[in-house]
Design a protein around this ligand. Structure first.
Ligand code: SAM
Ligand code: SF4
Length: 355
């Protein structure tokens, strides 16, 4: 039963979607998320004429949180159970790289067994997916999103810091075979880095009959090197694809959908454009996030977090936890302020927040 009020904020948005980061660790070093070297953090600054690499101190990587601060699977499942009692029915497991966490399939099974989550998905960079795919499917995973920013081996390495192209391609093939569908593939498009591959990525979606989602680069990189002119606006991405392929607009499946969707060619290939920077969708946002160390973030760009750990570990009841969640959601920000003066980039990078 959903207690009265559920999870509703002061802007009448009802929270149904919980993104759960289960680890802040990652085996990749994506330049837009967790760059490893000063050069990687700076690549887009130095690529641009007139944009000298800044002397600003960049924070490379992130000291991993100690295990004692990371939520156990029991604690995560409990939060999901309580959130479900308040109306959450969609859960995405993410990270860091969620498949680095040992026995992740047992967490999937625990969540699936709750019987309250209609859509249980997971986002991965694909390195460990081929090994775990069957177990995840058997445990009750509904579908998978994989990240793939380049089809060129060298560029893939440059962007992610790792030689992982073959693993992602194999993961896409396997996800289709196991019917973890629709298989969605995320590509963050960055000017001067992979924007020359937009058409190739669209063609890849047709060849593989998958949903390719092109995402605007957001200021959530640990290198703090994001600049506005390296964002390729969603409208530009769309126009480039339209110039080469036959597209038809797809109806929105849900008001809180982040992507505008287009069918691509004759089959079931799709393009999704996710444009949080140039076309914010905050007014319809129905998401909150749980970090691996037990903090609720009411927005990707929150500068304040709400720590659930003390309550999880001091014997508080589920009712108390539910009230706490309701109180936190009341503080959900009206929207991000990326384009406004005084915008403050969150302290933690996407790898800690959970994309
Ligand atoms: N490690 C997994 C992966 O990469 O798929 C899951 C976590 S990752 C943080 C989730 C998604 O966030 C990825 O698809 C990634 O491309 C996206 N992401 C990370 N940093 C981003 C940024 N600065 N702007 C836009 N998307 C970003
Ligand atoms: Fe790791 Fe994913 Fe961030 Fe890349 S985007 S560094 S794979 S968490």
């Amino acid at each position: 039963m959903t207690p009265s009020r559920g999870l509703q904020d002061t802007h009448n948005r009802i929270i149904r979607d919980l993104r759960v980061s289960i680890t802040d660790r990652c085996n990749f070093r994506c330049a837009y998320c967790l760059p490893e070297t000063e050069e990687a953090a700076n690549f887009y600054r130095s690529n641009q004429t007139g944009n000298k690499p800044s002397n600003r101190e960049t924070k490379l990587g992130y000291p991993w949180k100690p295990k004692s601060q990371i939520l156990s699977f029991e604690e995560i499942t409990r939060i999901i159970r309580v959130a479900s009692s308040l109306g959450v029915n969609k859960v995405r497991i993410t990270g860091g790289e969620p498949l680095l966490r040992r026995n992740v399939e047992s967490l999937v099974a625990d969540i699936a067994t709750l019987g309250t989550v209609d859509d249980l998905s997971l986002t991965s960079n694909g390195t460990h997916f081929p090994r775990l795919a069957k177990r995840l499917k058997d445990a009750g995973l509904s579908r998978i999103t994989l990240s793939l920013d380049s089809l060129d081996r060298e560029n893939f390495k440059k962007i992610t810091g790792r030689d992982g192209l073959d693993d992602v391609r194999e993961s896409i093939r396997l996800a289709k075979t196991l019917d973890l569908t629709p298989v969605k593939v995320n590509a963050v498009i960055i000017r001067g880095l992979n924007d020359h591959e937009i058409e190739d990525l669209a063609k890849f979606a047709i060849d593989e009959q998958i949903v390719m989602r092109m995402i605007e680069f957001m200021p959530l990189d640990s290198g703090r090197a994001w600049q506005r002119d390296h964002v390729v606006p969603g409208a530009e991405i769309l126009q480039r694809i339209k110039a080469r392929f036959s597209l038809s607009a797809l109806p929105s499946q849900h008001p809180a959908e982040t992507a505008t969707r287009w069918s691509l060619g004759e089959g079931c290939a799709e393009i999704g454009i996710i444009a949080p920077v140039t076309q914010p969708f905050c007014g319809q946002c129905n998401r909150i996030r749980l970090t691996a160390d037990g903090n609720i973030r009411t927005c990707l760009f929150s500068v304040h977090e709400h720590d659930l750990k003390p309550m999880l570990r001091d014997g508080s009841s589920d009712d108390a936890l539910a009230s706490m969640l309701q109180g936190i959601v009341l503080k959900k920000e009206p929207g991000h302020r990326i384009d406004q003066p005084g915008f403050v980039q969150p302290e933690r990078s996407m790898s800690c927040i959970g994309g």
